[in-house]
Design a protein around this ligand. Sequence first.
Ligand code: NAD
Length: 290
Amino acid sequence: MTAEIIDGKAIAAALRADIARRVATLKSRHGVTPGLAVVLVGENAASEVYVRNKGRQTLEAGMTSFEHRLPATASEADVLAIVARLNADPKVHGILVQLPLPPHIHTEVVLRAIDPDKDVDGFHPINVGKLSIGEPCLAPCTPTGCVMLAKTVQPKLAGLEAVVIGRSTIVGKPVAQLLLREDCTVTIAHSRTRDLASVVRRADLVIAAVGRPEIVRGTWIKPGSIVIDVGINRIASVDGKPRLVGDVAYDEALVVARAITPVPGGVGPMTIACLLQNTLQAAAGVNRAG
Ligand code: NAD
């Protein structure tokens, strides 16, 4: 058996095209152009690439893109002042503060300052809480993308044994909450889990968000399961050039699983597409209380 390869690039492109159509409708019917503001503090090569891609894809979707760059020496008060301005700006529907922030700035203070209705990353405690009690909210982008990809293979996930490896607030915990919403039976495994292999062997759906190259071996995978690999790990290949691998030993899992996401080209492209979806949702006001 060779697994179906879940083409995250194509699925994300289709989602962005659908978002662009819905943006056009929102503009023509209600005169609202969704606006996404990204705040970047300091110089980080990876963040620069993300921010550039976000800006380009925001414009391609027909939205307005705002970029605020601050030097690494900016104070927490400087960042909070920008967030306050963006909170008050009616043209801005989504605010994203690019992480990581320089160490002298308290990430949680900045994230809590964002208006929860504009919190398109879904990291504000209000959105985290709403996600856990099952209320409409802005849910984190990468976890939303993972669930979407799994549903392209099996539209109804109800009843599946899902094992999430990793308990971060960015991926592991929110993806587990989203899978509970889909009526999966969810196990969260982490660095202190005993016998990870036997836990993973139970899974009809594996979400690997660890950040350890190829930690999940093919022998751990239940035949016929769906494998979503969130991990992005840079390793040296035989010729010495760096290459990207996921948390799952892809070639081994490919001959056991029913479907699997590649790295790169799986979960990665879904993150920005889901960010645009959240921005559209925020602009349409579907998330607001009342
Ligand atoms: P993190 O370091 O915050 O969390 C890693 C989790 O893995 C922790 O909860 C830890 O308990 C668990 N873990 C560590 N070692 C383990 C082990 N030996 N066995 C079992 N569990 C173990 O990382 P994160 O932010 O959640 O990201 C995880 C991976 O996903 C990284 O490779 C990151 O680059 C990638 N990522 C990709 C995207 C994307 O595709 N857009 C987005 C976010 C993160």
